[in-house]
Design a protein around this ligand. Structure first.
Ligand code: FAS
Ligand code: PHB
Length: 392
């Protein structure tokens, strides 16, 4: 097989890139290790920045989102029995965020790619990349029980944190920045009415978050020890901790319901640089992981793909590699600002097991400052809705 751009992975990064390249008339093939059902049912993020929604509209894949999404105009932070309410449009000149499950985004992107006849192979696991420093890099993959190869002009590594693309870059050329937090997030989906606002909580017993997927489906998270597993968390314990940490000890505010999805995910900040090696370009989680506290993982993957698709359009259009040569530096400037914000929110809202009394007082003073400072509120709100794309 042969194509101009080989895309490894059909998560948000790979799928957005495929649709952007296809619209630019650039031939590309998407290779996804898992089945279509698997990727379409994988529950992850839920908060879409305006830039992500605008890109979906630009690609003509936003019809269902417009019907089904929820709009967040506010953000609540609860601590020490107090409430910080951030009016997002008021603090950011009219911006807000859309709530729409990542698996729904992936469904819409896959449907559009397949409807347009774009090449997208499922259960096609990439095993090796070759000739990355030449002008005909090659992807080796297994599909339909056969070992196959795809010869490309460029490879886009959109295969997430555990993929094969980042490891294809020689270790001595990669600088890794990694910070694993001493806690994880237990996340659930429940058939219950969520709180009316996106609500983060910093409680003596730990962090909690109430988001949503619809007026009848709540997306809820609690901080848990990093080595916990789901067996440690029966439904009763999950609801007990959510009520206490969200400031609803009387259990009169947060509705309970059947929990139909649950998982535990680590909380870490990770950046690998550079994001390019020869004709291989990394995007999204293949290159960086942000703590979910900032609700940025999916949106940052989209930001990378916007930059890469423009650079590839230039490269295939007039042969100039000028934007490709700047790809990594351009993306890393935004990535580090998003990692900063997500790390800040994680430190602000969680109770690490080794937190000293001094650190606890500093944390509470920071929350008290934000509660009484317009500048402090703006700083959180403008990052939460999404920083502007600098090249726009
Ligand atoms: P993805 O990981 O989404 O996609 C990579 C794709 O590549 C996958 O489909 C994978 O199957 C495929 N792949 C891997 N290896 C391959 C191979 N060898 N060959 C072919 N295909 C291969 N972000 C938030 O903002 N909020 C959240 O609450 C949140 N929760 C998360 C929970 C979990 C458990 C995880 C893992 C991530 C979470 N994230 C969250 C972050 C997440 O949303 C990512 O940022 C987002 O999926 C990034 O998209 P991609 O870069 O496309 O990577
Ligand atoms: C979600 O809705 O899944 C969500 C919301 C806010 C976050 C993380 C996840 O910070």
């Amino acid at each position: 097989m042969r194509t101009q751009v080989g895309i490894v992975g059909a998560g948000p990064a790979g799928l957005f890139l495929a649709l952007l390249l296809q619209r630019a008339g650039i031939d590309c093939v998407v290779l996804e290790a898992k089945s279509r059902d698997y990727v379409e049912s994988r529950v992850r993020a839920g908060v879409l920045e305006q830039g992500t929604v605008d890109l979906m509209a630009d690609l003509g894949v936003d019809a269902r989102l417009r019907r089904e999404c929820m709009i967040d105009e506010g953000l609540d932070i609860r601590f020490s029995g107090r409430l910080i309410h951030l009016n997002l449009p008021g603090l950011t000149g009219g911006k807000l965020v859309h709530i729409y499950g990542q698996q729904e985004v992936v469904k819409d992107l896959i449907a559009a790619r397949l409807a347009s006849g774009g090449a997208l192979l499922f259960e096609a696991e990439v095993t090796r990349l070759d000739n990355l420093t030449g002008d005909k890099p090659t992807i080796h993959f297994k599909h339909d029980g056969k070992d196959q190869t795809l010869t490309c002009d460029v490879i886009a590594g959109c295969d997430g944190f555990h993929g094969v693309c980042r490891p294809a870059i020689p270790a001595d050329l990669l600088k890794i920045y990694d910070r694993e937090f001493p806690f994880s997030w237990l996340g659930i989906l429940s058939e219950s009415a969520p709180l009316t606002e996106m609500t983060y909580a910093n409680h003596d017993r730990g962090f909690a978050l109430c988001s949503r997927r619809s007026p009848k489906v709540a997306r809820l998270y609690v901080q848990c020890p990093p080595d916990d597993d789901l067996a440690d968390w029966p439904d009763s314990r999950i609801w007990d901790e959510l009520h206490v940490r969200l400031g609803d000890p009387g259990r009169s505010e947060l509705a309970e319901g059947r929990i139909f999805q649950r998982n535990i995910a680590p909380v870490r900040s990770f950046v690998s640089a550079p994001m390019r090696y020869g004709r291989l370009f990394l995007t999204g989680d293949a290159s960086h992981i942000v703590p979910p506290t900032g609700a940025k993982g999916l949106n940052l993957a989209v930001a990378d793909v916007r930059v890469l698709s423009r650079a590839l359009t230039e490269f295939f259009g007039n042969g100039s590699a000028e934007q490709l040569d700047r790809y990594s530096d351009t993306c890393l400037r935004r990535i580090w600002k998003v990692v900063r914000y997500s790390t800040y929110m994680t430190m602000l809202l969680h109770r690490p097991p080794d937190q000293t009394p001094f650190d606890r007082e500093i944390q509470l003073a920071e929350l008290d400052y934000i509660a009484n400072s317009h500048a402090g509120a703006v700083a959180i709100a403008e990052n939460y809705v999404g920083l502007p794309f600098e090249e726009d």
